[in-house]
Design a protein around this ligand. Structure first.
Ligand code: CP
Ligand code: NVA
Length: 296
């Protein structure tokens, strides 16, 4: 019988668990959990098919701070590149490691890895989900707005992995989320809770929002790139004009990396309402809370 727990999507946690992860992450951030080494003697593998700045560094540093050893593994430098199967790799990893962070393309690869591993698997981003990012976003919203219930978020742009995980979080934490995407780029994730609205007009989404959120127009692994796509997204930019529709004290989030001048302007990302670097920092604190909870 399986006793380990994975974190592949936001739905793997309950609202109460997310609330307690937020409290624990705040303890880590505020120095109240110093000396706490739950990963002492433990090794965590980090299998990354895609590049990363924040996820890689925040996990490596977080694992070290909790007393553990991170191992960064690129598939091209392992026998995965010579057709060793995911199933066999996951079984072998489980004999050495106490947990695995995976960043991959198709979500089903992460799911198969988790299915075949006897140790917890944490999703460090797939084509359709980015749950670790969203935990940091939730922490940032809590810091800036003091609560989740009733908070109105507008997500402007591509209905990608970040948008999907944000949808799951909004439903779970009782927030309202309006997504504005160009035709054909709406989030694939369907929701029937009534908390999620999909619109075409970014101004309609931004109207009265407490939080404005965006992400790149072209994600890692996206097949469609180039001028034609950028033209379709031209109206989906968080700029000063769009900010004027949101609440005067709205917070601006971006998971980063940003393409300044595309989905967000310099003046907004550098402006007083931007919380993007707090958001990036919070990856460290929230992931430490997840590691402490899941790794035995
Ligand atoms: N936000 C995020 O996941 O960034 P990286 O791709 O740099 O890890
Ligand atoms: N949607 C982006 C997020 C990067 C952190 C991507 O998948 O490339």
């Amino acid at each position: 019988m399986k006793t380990k727990r994975d974190f592949l999507t936001i739905k793997d946690f309950t609202a109460a668990e997310i609330a307690s992860l937020m409290e624990r992450a705040a303890d880590f951030k505020n120095g109240k959990a110093v000396g706490n080494k739950p990963l002492l003697g433990r090794s965590i593998g980090m299998l990354f098919y895609k590049t990363s700045t924040r996820t890689r560094i925040s996990f490596e540093v977080g694992i070290y701070q909790l007393g553990g050893q991170p191992l960064y593994i690129r598939p091209g430098e392992s026998q995965l590149s010579r057709d060793e199967t995911i199933a066999d790799t996951a079984r072998v990893f489980s004999r050495y490691l106490n947990g695995i962070v995976i960043r991959t393309f198709e979500h089903k690869i992460a799911a198969e890895f988790a299915e075949c591993s006897s140790v917890p698997v944490i999703n460090g981003l797939t084509d359709t989900h980015h749950p670790c990012q969203i935990l940091a976003d939730l922490m940032t919203i809590k810091e800036k707005k003091g609560q989740f219930k009733g908070i109105k978020i507008a997500y402007i742009g591509d209905g990608n992995n970040v948008a999907n995980s944000l949808i799951e979080a909004a439903v779970l934490m009782d927030m309202s989320l309006t997504v504005a995407s160009p035709e054909g780029y709406e989030p694939a994730l369907k929701d029937t809770s009534g908390r999620i609205t999909i619109v075409r007009d970014p101004k309609e989404a931004a109207a009265g929002a407490d939080v404005l959120y965006t992400d790149v127009w072209v994600s890692m692994g996206d097949k469609e790139d180039g001028e034609e796509k950028r033209l379709k997204f031209a109206a989906y930019q968080i700029n000063d004009a769009l900010m004027s529709y949101a609440k005067p004290d709205c917070t601006v989030l971006h998971c980063l990396p940003a393409h300044r001048g595309e989905e967000i302007t310099d003046s907004v990302i550098e402006g007083p309402q931007s919380a993007v670097f707090d958001q990036a920092e919070n990856r460290l604190h929230t992931q430490k809370a997840v590691l402490e909870m899941l790794i035995k």
